[in-house]
Design a binder for this molecule. Structure first.
Ligand SMILES: *Cc1c(COP(=O)(O)O)cnc(C)c1O
Length: 374
């Protein structure tokens, strides 16, 4: 029958009329840019995250870049980011004018290895950008301790971690600020590109608001970089309608992950672990296999969609060749980039679909495996 990698249509069915009505209203009113719904969504999203302020922007990469610039991080500065992440984490640092400094990931959680951060700090380091990758929260307590000891800003890349918990608090509520993406397939997704910054610092929130809107405190007076990263009113209205459903959708993702864990326990793939005192939101459910290419092909032949997040680490990307890193410098990230495979994961995935994926994984026999005959 097949299982798609992601299918968001069932989530939209229950809120379709509400969304259509909200979009219709905005089109009739023509307040397309930074309209009332942007403010309303920002207030709801700040509250959801346990933060004082949220600033809506046009994508997640812009959210991270603006957060860095709001703290005056740029030319001549270094920002620590994990080696295993989507390119946008490092790109935000680059486009802010600073240099990304990579740190390898922990073998068990896929997240930045907090024990390796201090060795990467220099006199130019200004910030750490941990990523709650795959929706699994980073071990924030020791990371915040290191940051405070070295007087560094922490900006959480929460583009995959909307609503996850670490020690009872939401991901995105630990650092000085956090950036979110509402790309359509993220756990909270717009009907196009969108993002947000959250913070408790009023001055930083104001700077983010100015930076997103042509660096303007006052109309036609430009104190800051004149970026255009405004959030569309229509996207904000849609996000506002979807937000109250997010915790339920996260719970459905957790149930799916639990079932995968249970059914894959005696299989050849390595399943993800849930670190102590965290409640992940499973943006992605990532397993590892020593025969990834063949396994992916085997699943694809059975109509099962999979993906790789991410096949080429940041330091091996052509664009980042000038950072000067060599192959072999981030051994865990490099080894995992050859083994990781993201299985179908979305709130509406059914038990039958998960069983189908698992059965397909269990029916896979690696080409070069020894065939054991009893
Ligand atoms: C999606 C994503 C981003 C960037 O978000 P966009 O909205 O696509 O710009 C940044 N970091 C991570 C980890 C992401 O997954």
């Amino acid at each position: 029958m097949g299982v798609p990698f992601v299918d968001l249509k069932p989530d939209h069915r229950e809120i379709e009329n509400e969304i259509m009505e909200a979009v219709r209203k905005i089109i009739l009113q023509t307040n397309f840019i930074l309209g009332e719904d942007v403010k309303l969504f920002e207030a709801d999203f700040a509250e959801f995250c346990g933060r004082k302020y949220a600033i809506g922007v046009d994508n997640g990469l812009a959210a991270l870049k603006i957060a860095l610039r709001a703290y005056d991080i740029g030319e001549g500065h270094e920002v620590i980011v994990p080696a295993n992440t989507f390119v946008a984490t490092a790109a935000a640092v680059t486009f802010a004018g600073a240099r990304p400094v990579l740190v390898d990931i922990k073998p068990d959680t896929y997240n930045i290895d907090v024990d390796k951060i201090e060795a990467a700090i220099t006199e130019r380091t200004r910030a750490i950008m941990p990523v709650h990758l795959y929706g699994i929260p980073v071990d924030m307590d020791p990371l915040m301790e290191i940051a405070s000891k070295h007087n560094l800003v922490v900006i959480e890349d929460t583009a995959q971690g909307h609503g996850a918990y670490y020690k009872g608090r939401r991901a995105g509520s630990f650092g000085h600020a956090a950036g979110f993406s509402f790309y359509p397939t993220k756990n909270l997704g717009a009907a196009g590109d969108a993002g947000a910054i959250v913070t408790d610092d009023e001055e930083i929130a104001n700077r983010c608001r100015w930076l997103r809107n042509v660096g303007s405190k006052e109309k036609y007076l430009h104190d800051f970089e004149p970026y255009n990263h405004r959030l569309d009113t229509i996207q904000a209205a849609i996000l506002k309608i979807k937000l109250p459903h997010l915790d339920q959708w996260s719970e459905q993702r957790r149930q799916a992950a639990n079932l995968y864990d249970e059914l894959l326990a005696n299989s050849d793939v390595v399943t993800p672990i849930v670190p102590a005192e965290t409640v992940p939101v499973w943006h992605l459910y990532v397993v590892r296999s020593r025969h990834r290419a063949d396994l992916q092909k085997h699943l694809s032949e059975r109509g099962i969609g999979t993906a790789i997040h991410y096949p080429i680490p940041i330091h091996l990307q052509p664009f980042y060749a000038d950072l000067g890193y060599a192959r072999g410098e981030f051994p865990v990230t490099e080894a995992y980039s050859e083994e990781i495979l993201s299985l179908p994961m979305y709130p509406a995935i059914s038990e039958a679909e998960i069983r189908e994926v698992v059965d397909a994984i269990k029916s896979f026999v690696p080409n070069n495996a020894e065939v054991i005959t009893a």
